[in-house]
Design a protein around this ligand. Structure first.
Ligand code: MG
Length: 255
């Protein structure tokens, strides 16, 4: 059952989305060689708290931090800690914020100092695949149309798409129906989109193989071949016309 948000709920989703995006922006500004990932987590948590917001991920299924910080071959769910970022690393920041009972959820991959051109391209294509999918966030399209567009964009640019984790509806709960895969199964067209649905579309795109595995910490997901991965996510609202991005991209490392 996919929740359709009322106009009152959509206002709350806008506020949560703006907060999550502001936290992503802050995290991006903190990224530099030498900074530890736990410093970024602490600053983001302080920021959210000072604005009356709650980090969505803190304690979610037992996650021990406010922000997922995944470096290089880490795909998602990296746990902040004493690791220092190095020049040339790429860092995926995934942050959710609860405002007035509603979640905003967004992510982006940032560069630490200078990185290899192939890594920058990976990050650009991952972000581009989100916007390719966004074209199909239209009343009457199906979830599978988004999935297909994301996959086509990423794979036609020579990268692979993670199959093991998918996007999701978001609202009163961090994860709601529907699932939003970043790949299209011929058998699965998925539900039709209706105005008032709020969706977290989040391609995870790999430089090498698409397969992943989980580290012994039971959280951090890494690429099977150890090559870099990028992640990009926004919370979006299906409307009667153009989609509305509820987590404004400003501060995502590109705009
Ligand atoms: Mg998400």
């Amino acid at each position: 059952m996919i929740p359709i948000k009322t106009s009152k709920e959509i206002e709350k989703m806008r506020a949560a989305g703006r907060m999550a995006a502001a936290a992503r922006k802050l995290a991006g500004e903190l990224i530099r060689p030498g900074v530890t990932t736990k410093t970024i987590d602490r600053e983001v948590r302080t920021f959210l708290k000072s604005h009356g917001a709650i980090p969505s991920f803190l304690g979610y299924n037992g996650f021990p931090a406010g922000v997922c910080i995944s470096v290089n071959e880490e795909v998602i769910h990296g746990i902040p800690g004493s690791r220092k970022l190095l020049n040339g690393d790429i860092v995926s920041i995934d942050v959710g914020a609860i405002v007035d009972g509603y979640h905003g959820d967004c992510a982006s991959t940032f560069v630490v100092g200078d990185c290899l051109p192939e890594h920058r391209r990976l990050i650009e294509v991952c972000r581009g695949s989100f916007f390719a999918g966004l074209e199909f966030v239209q009343k009457g399209c199906r979830i599978g149309d988004i999935s297909h567009a994301v996959q086509q964009y990423a794979e036609s640019n020579g990268f692979s798409v993670v199959r093991d984790y998918v996007g999701h509806g978001v609202g009163r709960n961090l994860h709601e129906d529907p699932e939003i895969p970043n790949f299209a199964d011929a058998k699965l067209h998925g539900p039709r989109l209706m105005a008032g649905m709020t969706l977290a579309i989040e391609p995870m795109v790999n430089l090498g193989v698409r397969e992943t595995y989980m580290l012994p910490d039971k959280w951090t997901v890494v690429t099977k071949d150890g090559k870099c991965s990028a992640h990009y996510e926004n919370t979006v609202l299906v409307t009667e016309s153009e989609p509305e991005i509820l987590t404004p991209p400003e501060g995502d490392g590109f705009v």
